[in-house]
Write a protein that binds this ligand. Structure first.
Ligand SMILES: *Cc1c(COP(=O)(O)O)cnc(C)c1O
Length: 392
């Protein structure tokens, strides 16, 4: 049985060309980029070329781009670093209800352990942050606002420029987690008007463990790590030169393929959505039909459990993911779907299918062939169902 991978928002396979560049630099450019000798200088050139290339990709200066280990770290540095830096004048943080845990948890930590005030902006039923809601929360004590560009669970794309403008009116910094948008849709830090932006390689066919953080020139943040002068002391630690080179190539390829990939994946996703709607009843599309990163198709299958669906799909060789989390024995719906006010019986039955470059129509057809049977079986097993047409 050929396995079908529909979990590209969790991570992607490494592009073969990127893997070659990664391996080549692991062998060749092993020098410490801070060393003054020839080995170090060679590594430094590779690192700075990668920085130039990635900076160009997001339209910033190379000096504004810092290498990190990935999205989680960049989110943490942004939220914690900016908050601590500004604390004496501004001790308030605002994040959206649908943020990744790598944003939510540092904000909660700062609130619980370091005395920051913390507000969560609600979203509407489509997952958008309404500008008015944000305007109501941001004040002249707000240090940082963080709202993600494209959501990892639903794919919804926020109007970052408008939201950043609201933060700036009050003198607050604005950070966006662009992990799911970089390489899939155009991301231009000037155009988005953000002060900080998080990116990572492994969601876009690059290796794991390498990411970046854009920090607008002139903005000061308190580092989380100490112990060296790498990355201008903002992120000390011997640089991952091979990872940086691979990341740069990852984005170059993403840029070259962006239009083709976007078109092809949109078409497949639209077909998949159309067919699910046609073949199954009591379902609900949680992703917006328009204005989303097209690879993300999040569906609720009413009166089922997402985790059970994922396991049944896995038995058929199909990899997808559910947003729900199993905490202390009980399944809880995803915080993203809960924030969108999706009724609990639907939020619990959510599955995220995330398509990629290698996804084919034949693969989707196989999913569509097995899905109705799986859903039907789970519904007939579920004790608490009270669905239309079922004997109560
Ligand atoms: C995957 C993901 C992250 C975490 O990135 P890592 O590089 O895995 O640490 C952060 N934010 C979003 C939106 C993600 O999808």
């Amino acid at each position: 049985m050929d396995l079908i991978y529909l979990d590209h928002n969790a991570t992607t396979p490494v592009d073969p060309e990127v893997a070659d560049i990664y391996a080549e630099h692991l062998r060749k450019s092993f020098g410490n980029a801070s060393s003054v000798h020839a080995f170090g200088r060679e590594a430094r050139v590779v690192l700075e070329n990668a920085r130039d290339s990635i900076a160009r990709f997001i339209n910033c200066q190379p000096a504004e781009l810092y290498f990190t280990s990935g999205g989680t770290e960049s989110d943490n540095i942004s939220i914690i670093g900016a908050a601590r830096q500004l604390k004496t004048r501004r001790n308030h943080i605002v994040v959206a209800a649908t943020e990744h845990h790598a944003v939510l948890e540092p904000a909660e930590h700062l609130h619980e352990r370091e005395g920051f005030d913390f507000d969560i902006v609600p979203v509407d039923e489509q997952g958008y942050v309404p500008a008015d809601e944000l305007r109501n929360l941001v004040n002249d004590r707000t240090a940082i606002v963080s709202i993600m560009h494209a959501n990892n669970e639903t794919g919804v794309i926020q109007d970052i420029k408008t939201l950043a403008g609201i933060a700036h009116e009050k003198g607050a910094l604005f950070h966006t987690d662009a992990v799911q948008s970089v390489g899939k849709i155009p991301v231009d830090v000037k155009d988005l008007d953000v002060d900080m932006l998080t990116l990572t390689a492994h969601k876009i066919y690059g290796p794991k463990g390498i990411g970046g953080l854009y920090v607008r020139q002139g903005i000061k943040i308190t580092p989380l790590f100490f112990g060296g002068s790498h990355e201008k002391k903002r992120r000390p630690g011997t640089e991952n030169v091979a990872g940086a080179a691979a990341f740069a190539r990852t984005l170059e390829i993403a840029g070259e393929r962006m239009e083709t990939d976007h078109g092809q994946i949109s078409e497949l996703a639209d077909y998949f959505i159309h067919e699910i709607d046609r073949r199954l009843q009591d379902v609900r599309l949680n992703s917006p039909r328009e204005n989303r990163i097209p690879q993300t198709v999040n569906y609720s299958f009413g009166h089922t459990e997402g985790e059970a669906l994922i396991l049944s799909l896995d038995l058929e060789g199909i990899a997808a993911s559910s947003g729900s989390a199993c905490t202390s024995g009980a399944t809880e719906p995803s915080h993203v779907l809960s924030a969108m006010n999706i009724p609990r019986e639907y939020a619990l039955g959510a599955v995220r299918f995330s398509l990629g470059r290698s996804t084919t129509r034949e693969q989707l057809d196989r999913v569509l062939d097995v899905l109705p049977g799986i859903v039907e079986r789970l519904r007939s097993m579920s004790p608490a169902v009270n669905r239309p047409g079922s004997p109560s």
